[in-house]
Design a protein around this ligand. Structure first.
Ligand SMILES: Cc1cc2nc3c(=O)[nH]c(=O)nc-3n(C[C@H](O)[C@H](O)[C@H](O)COP(=O)(O)O)c2cc1C
Length: 331
């Protein structure tokens, strides 16, 4: 029996937190969830091939971990093998996700070499086979996140190809593979799939360069998209979806909370052993968060430099607390 389709259940426009590997991990998502919940979360992308391998699965469960309050949440997978995807989605369904998304936009050479991510834009038939295999393997809604073309803009043909398989939603990162993230997102192009999808059950979402909810709603008004996905706008700003503007002291306290949570889940802790069998993540992943939270106030660059040297969450807490005690003007 088919499960309720989260994409159809959510009130439009749908504001979605974009997947970002080693950024929107379970720790950061819990922080975002607490300070400004988006309508929908995505996990970081996960290899379906790895998931179907017993050793790989143990490690990847880290990327598929979420707490119930994060729901609704979509698991994003990548592979170029339809038969593997069919099995992987059936497994992922048992973990309690609300949907499955197939990554067809990642420009990473290592991913592309496996025929995955943006490489699929060059292989439309295989892309269709993947969507159909995923749909056959799960009763969850299957969506796609992709770009507008490979070397050149081919959004019309590409959208038509994808729409033939009736995915629940397509999110277009509005750049080609070749453009990476180097040029401004071509928002005007989203009009094409929006028009093509009219009368179908497929939702169309736009993504690229949106930094806050005002801008996102503006895109909805201009382009008639069903939703907007925001990526880098969340860096250092877990209040993005609530519109709250925190004080510097509040921000720094949340950075402590974030770093403690990261350590608890991914550091060499009892919890990590229990949840992920000791598969830890490097604490260096937190560095990009230090940069993002700690900027725009007196003493920020010195504080940032100190945090970069921290080896664990305890160190981070100590450094920030000392800074706050000395910089009383911030509180
Ligand atoms: C560090 C980083 C990691 C990313 N990881 C993923 C990923 O795992 N899956 C995916 O579909 N897109 C990934 N993306 C792309 C983003 O989801 C998004 O499409 C892109 O950043 C453009 O949106 P923005 O301008 O709002 O950031 C990643 C982007 C960044 C910067």
């Amino acid at each position: 029996m088919s499960k309720p389709n989260i994409w159809q259940q959510l009130k439009r426009p749908i504001m979605v937190q974009a997947p970002m590997a080693d950024v929107t991990d379970a720790a950061f998502r819990q922080i975002i969830n607490k300070y400004g919940k988006p309508d929908l979360f995505f996990t970081e992308f996960v290899s379906a091939d790895g998931l179907m391998h017993p050793e790989g699965r143990k490690k990847l469960l880290r990327e598929l971990y979420f707490v119930p309050s994060e729901k609704p949440i979509i698991a994003q997978l990548f592979t170029s093998r339809p038969e593997v995807l069919k099995e992987a989605v059936a497994f992922v369904e048992t973990l309690g996700f609300d949907g499955i998304d197939i990554n067809m936009g990642c420009p990473d050479r290592g991913i592309e070499k496996q025929g995955c991510g943006a490489d699929l834009i060059k292989h439309p038939k295989l892309a269709q086979e993947l969507i159909l295999a995923a749909k056959a393997g799960t009763s969850l809604p299957v969506s796609v996140k992709t770009r507008i073309g490979y070397n050149k803009n081919e959004i019309k043909e590409w959208a038509e190809t994808l729409l033939e398989t009736e995915p629940a939603a397509i999110t277009f990162h509005l750049r080609t593979r070749k453009e990476m993230s180097k040029v401004e997102a071509h928002w005007d192009e989203i009009k094409i799939p929006v028009e093509l999808a009219k009368g179908s059950k497929t939702l169309i979402l736009g993504n690229g360069d949106v930094s806050d909810l005002v801008e996102a709603k503006n895109k909805v008004d201009i382009y008639g998209v069903d939703g907007v996905m925001i990526g880098r706008g969340i860096y250092g700003n877990p209040w993005l979806y609530s519109g709250v503007v925190p004080s510097v002291a509040e921000k720094l306290k949340v950075l402590i909370e974030h770093s403690n949570l990261f350590w608890d889940l991914f550091g060499p802790t009892e919890k990590n052993k229990e949840l992920f069998g000791g598969h830890t993540k490097s604490f260096a992943i937190m560095k990009k968060h230090f940069k993002a939270y700690v900027e725009g106030f007196v003493g920020a660059s010195e504080l940032r430099a100190e945090l970069m040297q921290a080896e664990n969450a305890e160190g981070v807490e100590e450094i920030i607390n000392r800074f706050l005690a000395e910089a009383k003007f911030l509180v």
